[in-house]
Design a protein. Structure first.
Length: 320
């Protein structure tokens, strides 16, 4: 994202605030930026089938440790000097990658972001290193600020590695580590369910204090809930289609598109809308007023959203 204080907008994709997968984290909108912070079988880590033949010269994937459960509060409190991988205690289908810095996160997940949701990039193949560097430059930031937080379905990762093998795209050691993790979780099998979210430690950017880290985590976890809880996903779709007026959806779509989210992917629009409107509590990163939502309208939308949420940890957290 744009470093806090450099301009009025903080986006999570690239530095700056809508969560983002850009800093994923901030969306510039009408003079303000939004902060954007982009199942089964998780208890078993046995390899179910042999791995595909590695690309010649590709580095071996490091061993993946057993995954512990951690609460949202425990994840926030972590100060580990290395990548920490845990399942969310409140919903073990969500895997949380907690990076000590931005460079390792970028090397592991930027190419996935390019495939899954970045506007103007191909959905049917991976970018090689040179093309990814061009995409990062076109995004206006650096590899480290391409996204400050990420979120993907298990099926997104399976598709990513299938394309890598099909086209023999050389991957980074970090991406190969991600492959090993996905394999251990069974996520490379057809029909696998689960979600991965990521965030960096506080202090990696001047604006990324503990309050910002907490906001980033909650934003990304709401995406994980959308990916793994069908009842919650159905409610988000109902909110997007029925509670929001067409003009409100258009404003959100335009703002998200300005933050480099692909506006043609309706699911990305609905998923980011819920995350920004209800799960991005730090006003430095997202201001509904900047998109024309009055306090009265936002209160009405929030009441609709909370009333229809399925029971569970995220509803309890939002109610608090």
């Amino acid at each position: 994202m744009v470093p806090y204080g450099e301009d009025d907008t903080v986006r999570l994709m690239r530095a700056g605030p809508l969560p983002g997968r850009r800093p994923r984290w901030m969306l510039p909108a009408a003079g303000a930026a939004l902060l954007i912070l982009a199942g089964g079988g998780l208890g078993a880590f046995l390899l179910l089938r042999p791995a595909p033949e590695p690309i010649a010269g590709a580095p071996a994937a490091p061993a993946v440790p057993r995954l512990a459960l951690a609460s949202e509060a425990e994840i926030l409190a972590s100060r580990a000097p290395e990548l920490t991988v845990r399942r969310l205690a409140e919903n073990p289908a969500i895997l949380v990658l907690d990076f000590p810095g931005l460079a390792e996160q970028a090397r592991m997940l930027n190419r996935v972001a390019a495939l899954v949701e970045k506007a103007g990039l191909p959905r049917d193949r991976l970018l090689d290193d040179a093309a990814l560097a061009v995409a990062v430059q076109a995004d206006g930031g650096t590899a480290e600020s391409f996204y400050y937080g990420h979120n993907y379905r298990a099926s997104d990762l399976a598709r990513f590695f299938a394309f890598a093998d099909r086209d023999r795209v050389p991957l980074t050691p970090e991406e190969e580590r991600l492959r090993g993790l996905a394999r251990e979780l069974g996520w490379l099998q057809p029909g696998a369910a689960g979600a991965l979210v990521s965030l960096p430690q506080a202090g990696v950017e001047p604006w990324l204090d503990m309050r910002a880290r907490a906001t980033m985590l909650r934003h990304e976890l709401s995406h994980g809930e959308f990916f793994t809880n069908p009842a919650y996903a159905a409610h988000v779709w109902r909110f997007w289609r029925e509670a929001l007026a067409e003009e409100e959806r258009a404003r959100l779509r335009a703002t998200l598109a300005h933050a480099s989210y692909d506006p043609s992917i309706e699911e990305v629009m609905a998923n980011e809308a819920q995350a920004f409107l209800f799960h991005t509590p730090d006003e430095r990163f997202f201001s509904p007023a900047s998109l024309g939502f009055t306090a009265e309208r936002l209160a009405a939308l929030r009441a609709f959203f909370v009333a229809g949420m399925p029971a569970g940890w995220l509803r309890d957290a939002l109610a608090r």
